[in-house]
Design a protein around this ligand. Structure first.
Ligand code: ATP
Length: 776
């Protein structure tokens, strides 16, 4: 909407805005949409306690635009009196006298005497902001945004940028310009919606601050609070480095969340880490506004000034779930000790969720170092006013005018979804009880627990988003990405906070174990990410579906056995895949397994009481298993299976293929090296022999590979098999007489069972006959 050219008001001009008499002091500026004046007004506003104000005058040609302006006014009304939002005083809309047929809207608000943040930054071109200044600005702006996100349904600013932060006379930083505010915009469902949303975003957002989901509207993610978090990440970056992270690379970099930190100025690693996490490609991996503020406060060494309303809503939501399940909320649930237990249980799992930063190893979760502030009592003086009372929250609905705003029609569908999603009935909680949660938190490390938008907004996720979230969670388990922070699904995906709360509450209330509980969740029934991930791992390891072991588990009802086995497999895999990083000239690191006998791992080490039968250590180690390791083990296993199958085929018609691949005796001398020698060799000299022996993951330079293959072919022709040497006793397999009994009690995969059924002596003889070179 371009501002029509209209004459400016002159100083001392008077006009009426709502119930206030206004006198123009001077013209300030023209924004993209408005003329802005410094004014005096009466009566004095009790909150800002001043007669100085700012008048924003907008001319609009039609009712559609008028409604957009109304939305801005309504948003300001909702946020009135928040210390970090420019405070609303009054407003007025009328048919324009200056331009007939048009409308004029007047918005009177508090005057920010010290001007814009951008002006302040420009006074510090040489002497850049220090950590404290950065954190102070960030904390205040985050509080302003938190006030928007705390509303139900939440409001998304959509245009957070340094230009929209003003500084009051007392030095407070305040967020302004609510002209782009909207509710959650769900992913478009058809081309028409897509075009509409695209246009809306182009008009209401600023290019450098746009999030990946704003640029890729088919990503399946809504535009919600997490889009603001992204913009806040850009904002934080900009107040640090005076440029935006995607200034040069543009949209493609935004879509990949790819950016770098300038070498100077040097900032606290935790600030940089916060930027990184906020600029996560996937919205679900970004912290919510409360978590951002918690972290900023921790870095500052201050108490977090607001409550984590997402967490409290989730607790309340779970209470309601319990109420509907067992018909009553037992009094002990509101007992302070219960709250303490809940909070402890809920925050703990997040410790391991912050992702890996291989480049600089910065962690957001500061563990014990930052504990002092996390138990901060709720600071009433500096809180979000709308969260004080449940009734206030209940009343915070989007005004009816919003429905008429064309670009909010999508929002309204969504807000219906939100209100249908149980929170409507959840506003009856007692603030004092919630308050107690904060006062009574134990003095132990409480770490940031990130909740995804599902938890935050309680909107039902689209299937696309659901699957994306799953993909991301799987990825988070298996990948290490230097650019993007991935969080574990345990806190950001389907294993969300609500489920955890339900589980904790259930235990607190009923003392039941998960197996007998009437409250069923995906996690409770064992169909958790862990189970599916470990199942996947087991399948990879065994090369099969392992139906037998599953049925065993079902019939014997010994769920722990499966978990023990999985644990053991994981341990085997980890230990077997103890990696050697071999540096090639061409940069990439290749990982090769160093095989160890699995029997060395004592079963007694396993933590049977662990939730899914995995010791914590195993769990942690498991997340470090990269696909490369799994491939290594799979291939190693397949290779063994192949050999055994070859033995069993026992086909004399097929001539034994004697290659240089691992059977040293027949290897061409130039290429033949002992395994010990190979071990310590750098990768550049590792040839195909080694490749085949160890894993196909190792990549041999193409030229080498070619010549080696040629050599091998020629060698085969020349070869004359030498006499079969006698196998040394030390290499003979000793089979304990009881061994077979042992194996029948072990639960093994189908493949492993197959192996065990074969007579070892036969195998040995057979193997010797067919591969004499391998037996000494
Ligand atoms: N309350 C205020 N106190 C002091 N100055 C203000 C105030 N509100 C706005 N301004 C000044 O007016 C400028 C434009 O205001 P605002 O951003 O609200 O208008 P806009 O038309 O939406 O602008 P744009 O779309 O370009 O951001 C601000 O950058 C700021 O310099």
């Amino acid at each position: 909407m371009n501002q029509p050219q209209i004459p400016l008001y002159q100083p001392n001009q008077t006009l009426t805005v709502g119930s206030h008499q206004v006198k123009v002091v001077r013209y300030l500026t023209s924004g993209g949409f408005a003329q802005v004046y410094k004014v005096e007004f009466s009566p004095i506003d009790p909150y800002i306690n001043s007669n100085l104000g700012c008048l924003k005058r907008v001319i609009t040609p039609n009712k559609q635009n008028l409604n957009m302006l109304r939305a801005e006014v309504e948003a300001m009304k909702l946020l009135k009196n928040n210390r970090h939002v420019v405070s609303y005083v009054d407003s007025h809309a009328a048919k324009s006298i200056t331009i007939p047929g048009n409308y004029e809207v007047f918005l009177l608000m508090e005057y920010c005497e010290k001007g814009g943040l951008i002006d302040f930054l420009n006074t510090r071109l040489q002497n850049r902001l220090n950590d404290d200044e950065i954190l102070n600005i960030m904390s205040q702006i985050t509080q302003g945004i938190a006030a928007m996100h705390a509303l139900q349904p939440s409001l998304v600013h959509r245009d957070i940028k340094i230009e929209n932060v003003l500084i009051a006379a007392n030095g407070d930083f305040k967020i302004c310009d609510f002209g782009s505010v909207c509710g959650v915009v769900r992913p478009p469902r058809n081309n028409q919606e897509l075009e509409y949303v695209k246009h809306d975003i182009m008009r209401n957002t600023t290019a450098q601050y746009r999030s990946p989901e704003m640029l890729n509207l088919t990503s399946g993610f809504p535009i919600d609070e997490k889009s603001d978090i992204w913009a806040m990440g850009v904002f934080l970056y900009k107040i640090c480095y005076y440029t935006t992270p995607f200034e040069k690379a543009g949209e493609s970099a935004i879509l990949q969340a790819r950016f770098q930190f300038p070498a100077i100025p040097i900032y606290n690693d935790r600030i940089k880490n916060l930027i990184k996490v906020m600029l996560s490609k996937l919205p679900t991996n970004r912290p919510n506004v409360c978590q951002v503020l918690e972290e900023v406060s921790r870095i500052q060494g201050k108490q977090c000034p607001i409550k984590n309303f997402y967490l409290e809503r989730a607790i309340e939501f779970s209470k309601q779930k319990i109420l509907t399940t067992i018909g009553t909320i037992p009094p002990e649930l509101n007992h302070p000790a219960t709250m303490v237990e809940l909070k402890t249980n809920l925050t703990f799992p997040a410790t391991k969720t912050m992702s890996v930063y291989p480049t600089d190893k910065i962690e957001l979760n500061g563990s014990t170092a930052y504990t002092s502030n996390t138990n901060a009592p709720y600071n009433k003086n500096n809180s979000i006013p709308n969260l004080h009372h449940a009734n206030t929250i209940a009343n915070l609905q989007i005004p009816s005018d919003f429905t008429t705003r064309p670009d909010l029609s999508i929002l309204m569908q969504n807000s219906e979804a939100i209100s249908n999603n149980n929170f409507e009935s959840n506003h009856q909680f007692s603030p004092s009880k919630v308050h107690s949660l904060h006062n009574l938190s134990p003095s132990k490390p409480v770490t940031t627990s990130y909740i995804d938008s599902e938890t935050q907004t309680f909107t039902s996720r689209s299937p696309v988003r659901r699957s994306l979230s799953r993909v991301s969670s799987i990825r988070s388990n298996f990948s290490v990405d230097s650019e993007t922070a991935y969080l574990n699904e345990e806190t950001t995906g389907s294993n969300n906070l609500v489920r955890k709360i339900s589980y904790t509450l259930k235990n607190v209330l009923t003392g039941e174990s998960r197996n007998t509980s009437p409250i069923r969740s995906r996690q409770n029934t064992g169909d958790s990410l862990w189970n599916s991930a470990t199942h996947k791992l087991r399948s990879r390891l065994t090369g099969g579906n392992n139906k037998r072991s599953i049925s065993y588990e079902k019939t014997t009802n010994k769920s722990n056995s499966l978990n023990r086995r999985i644990s053991r497999m994981i341990r085997d895999t980890e230990d077997n895949a103890e990696c050697h990083i071999l540096e090639d000239d061409n940069k990439p690191s290749y990982i090769t397994p160093k095989l160890k006998p699995s029997s060395q791992i004592p079963m007694t080490e396993l933590n049977e009481s662990d939730e899914v039968g995995l010791s914590k250590q195993s769990k942690e180690r498991y997340t470090d298993l990269s696909p490369i390791n799994l491939i290594v083990n799979k291939e190693a296993k397949e290779s063994i299976q192949k050999k055994v199958q070859n033995l069993l085929n026992n086909s004399d018609n097929v001539p034994t293929r004697r290659t240089a691949s691992g059977y040293g005796r027949y290897t061409n001398k130039e290429n033949c090296e002992s395994p010990t020698k190979l071990k310590s060799k750098p990768l550049s000299t590792i040839d195909t022999r080694n490749t085949i022996r160890q894993s196909s993951v190792i990549v041999t330079p193409l030229s080498n590979l070619h010549s080696q293959r040629a050599n091998t072919k020629a060698d085969n022709k020349r070869r004359i098999p030498p006499p079969v040497p006698k196998k040394p006793n030390s290499l003979k397999i000793k089979v304990h007489p009881n061994r077979r009994d042992e194996t029948t009690t072990r639960i093994t995969s189908d493949t492993t069972d197959f192996l065990m059924e074969v007579d070892v002596d036969d195998l040995e003889t057979n193997f010797r006959q067919r591969f004499p070179s391998t037996v000494r």
